[in-house]
Design a protein around this ligand. Structure first.
Ligand code: CA
Ligand code: CA
Length: 130
């Protein structure tokens, strides 16, 4: 899975990484990327280069484990990641901020449900709860 890795991996960021990283195929090319929140949201290819469009900035440190999934059903993955500015950010696989994001979350451990945008292609309403 990681042909260029030997016995260790060091990928620099501009600050601390306080949450687990996520490994997922963000751009749909069949190869996983490494996704980490820090002073920015970093996405590396397995060869250590950044995925095009990354890193991206929030208004503070990204402090949660990035979640990856196809939120709007268009076949392309998106990333959701919490930020120390009290917002949940949503990015597309090119590092673009999703329309309507970030969404204010108020505090770290609150029970929260969000109605996700449907882009007009899905039936009904989609919710994200944690
Ligand atoms: Ca990929
Ligand atoms: Ca999508």
């Amino acid at each position: 899975m990681f042909p260029n890795l030997t016995n260790h991996l060091i990928l620099p960021t501009g600050g601390y990484v306080s949450a687990q990283v996520t490994i997922a195929d963000l751009d749909g090319d069949g190869q996983p990327e490494i996704i980490a929140g820090s002073d920015a949201l970093y996405v590396w290819r397995l060869d250590g280069r950044f995925l095009s469009g990354f890193p991206v900035q929030g208004r503070n440190f990204f402090a949660s484990r990035p979640a990856v999934g196809d939120l709007d059903g268009d076949g392309q993955n998106e990333i959701l990641v919490g930020c120390d500015d009290g917002h949940l950010y949503g990015f597309d696989s090119s590092g673009g901020l999703l329309p309507g994001w970030p969404i204010k979350t108020a505090c770290y451990d609150s029970k929260l449900c969000l109605r996700l945008p449907t882009n007009g292609t899905k039936r009904g309403k989609r919710h994200l709860c944690w």
